[in-house]
Write a protein of this length. Structure first.
Length: 266
């Protein structure tokens, strides 16, 4: 039987102050899925993703890609299997759109100083695919939030990863661009590739994802088909919010928050 594309085995992350951010997390994800990672602020979503791609060292446990542990793999080896789309790009260093996307090809470069025709072709194809070819000579910091997000996804795409980690891709986007970004991510999922998306918009995740992982206080409280696991009781437990959960005329699940319902502390 084939190994799952991604497997976490008892992953824990403690910070120096003793805070236990990720608590004994274990799960498996097969190839060819768009998976939503959902939970309130501070629940451990981003920390867990940084443990997966080794931006944070795990305190204990293991992460496997195609059955191979990432613990002893070099950043260059990991970059050939896994790409990362951050929630924010803190410094673009004056790079153009074209230069930014070309950075995604560096794990595959055979030559230290210049790119091949294959690299250039991959970048041009990605620029067209994600609708930013007309912006290729613009500096990244001159783009709108939606345009910048598409460029970062294009950069991750040209890495040709088996697993793409996307952290809060729609947090600063309006309604149209939220849907646009999710459509792009959904179109990228192929039989040999999976996209793991950390996101706050539960209805958006339920609409596009085949699976959702729900986190609370560093632990996984539910995982599965969003239409089956996302309930009013789950929203109350995870977010301390009273909400209506239902389905629209197209069968898409929606969550309508109504009020914060936690009991006041004594």
């Amino acid at each position: 039987m084939a190994d799952p594309l991604l497997e976490l085995r008892g992953v824990n992350k403690f910070y120096e102050d003793g805070f236990h951010a990720v608590k004994d997390v274990s799960f498996k994800v097969e190839a060819g899925q768009l998976v939503g990672l959902i939970g309130p602020n501070g629940c451990g979503k981003t920390t867990m993703m940084k443990c997966i791609n080794k931006l944070h060292p795990m305190s204990s446990g293991d992460v496997l890609i195609d059955g191979e542990s990432v613990v002893r793999q070099s950043p260059a080896d990991i970059a050939k299997k896994m790409s990362n789309v951050p929630a924010e790009l803190r410094n673009s260093f004056g790079l153009t759109v074209y230069e930014t996307v070309m950075l995604g090809r560096y794990p595959h470069l055979r030559n230290l100083w210049w790119e091949t025709e294959v690299d250039e072709s991959s970048v041009h194809d990605a620029l067209e695919k994600f609708g930013v070819a007309h912006l290729q000579n613009r500096q990244l910091n001159m783009l709108s939030s939606g345009e910048r997000q598409r460029v970062l996804i294009a950069k991750a795409y040209v890495q040709q990863p088996r697993l793409m980690l996307v952290d809060e891709p729609t947090s600063h986007l309006d309604m149209r661009y939220k849907l646009e970004v999710m459509e792009y991510l959904n179109a990228m999922v192929e039989k040999d590739m999976t996209v793991l998306v950390a996101e706050h918009d539960i209805s958006l995740m339920a609409r596009y994802c085949q699976q959702c992982i729900i986190m609370k206080a560093g632990e996984i409280v539910a995982m599965g088909d969003p239409k089956e696991i996302i309930t009013e009781e789950l929203i109350q437990d995870v977010y301390e919010v009273s909400a209506s959960v239902g389905f629209d005329r197209d069968g898409a699940l929606f969550v309508l928050p109504k009020r914060y319902s936690s009991k006041p502390r004594p």
